[in-house]
Design a protein around this ligand. Structure first.
Ligand SMILES: [Zn+2]
Length: 231
């Protein structure tokens, strides 16, 4: 096998290794926490806190109503019990009772409003919880896919690495060194020749260069400097 062909094979393995390396990096950057999940968790936590706060308000309003209802009952008992006969005192008590009733009605309205808000917030907590569950399930699935893709890539890369070692063992070390130097400069060190054209720079090769390439010698393109490989 001529050196140009061997180097071309080496280059093919190297290019595959590089693209797999890139894919691996990309996957590594996607592994880990999900910002969407973190945001959804924070949102749910806030809504939970709101719900707790509303429930506390609801209980305190109910407690206030109970207290007022008890006071109202004892005031009415006093009013109709016949123990008070003084008209002025009776009128005052009646006023007091009226005031308590107004306050009770206001508190009951407030309690109903809070109850509505509790219901709305409970619905919102339920919907945020289901959204979070979906996001977490999706994230989990994605992470699993990424992990298994990562394992695949690692296997492919270790196979390529092995293939690379086998190739290197067969190629003249000086040629390999030259290949690496060219690769540093031009990214691709070996260019295929098709229909007399160097595919590295798309320029037609002089006949002598073509002939030398055909003979299996290590020839560089006079235009771009790449090693020419005639398939
Ligand atoms: Zn060229």
């Amino acid at each position: 096998m001529n050196v140009a062909k061997q180097l071309y094979q080496l280059q093919e393995v190297d290019l595959k290794l590089e693209s797999n390396e890139q894919a691996l990096h990309q996957i590594a950057s996607q592994l880990g926490e999900s910002q969407a999940v973190i945001r959804a968790q924070a949102e749910l936590k806030l809504e939970h806190q709101r719900l707790e706060e509303l429930k506390r308000e609801q209980h305190s309003a109910e407690w206030e109503i109970d207290d007022l209802v008890t006071k109202l009952a004892s005031a009415e008992e006093k009013l109709y019990g016949g123990s008070i006969r003084n008209p002025k005192e009776l009128t005052n008590l009646q006023h007091e009772i009226d005031g308590m009733k107004t306050k009770r009605d206001q508190l009951e309205d407030k309690a109903l409003e809070i109850m509505d808000q509790v219901e709305l917030t409970e619905a919102s907590v339920a919907s945020l919880t289901s959204q979070l569950n979906q996001l977490e399930a999706e994230w989990h699935r994605q992470q699993q896919q990424l992990s298994s893709r990562m394992e695949q890539l690692k296997t492919i890369m270790s196979d390529l690495e092995h293939k690379r070692q086998l190739l290197l063992a067969k190629i003249d070390p000086q040629a390999v060194e030259f290949y690496h130097e060219l690769k540093k400069q031009k990214k691709t060190a070996v260019a295929k020749v098709e229909q007399g054209i160097c595919l590295g720079c798309r320029i037609s090769l002089p006949t002598t260069e073509l002939q030398q390439t055909r003979s299996g010698n290590l020839v560089q393109c006079s235009s771009c400097g790449r090693i020419l490989f005639l398939a």
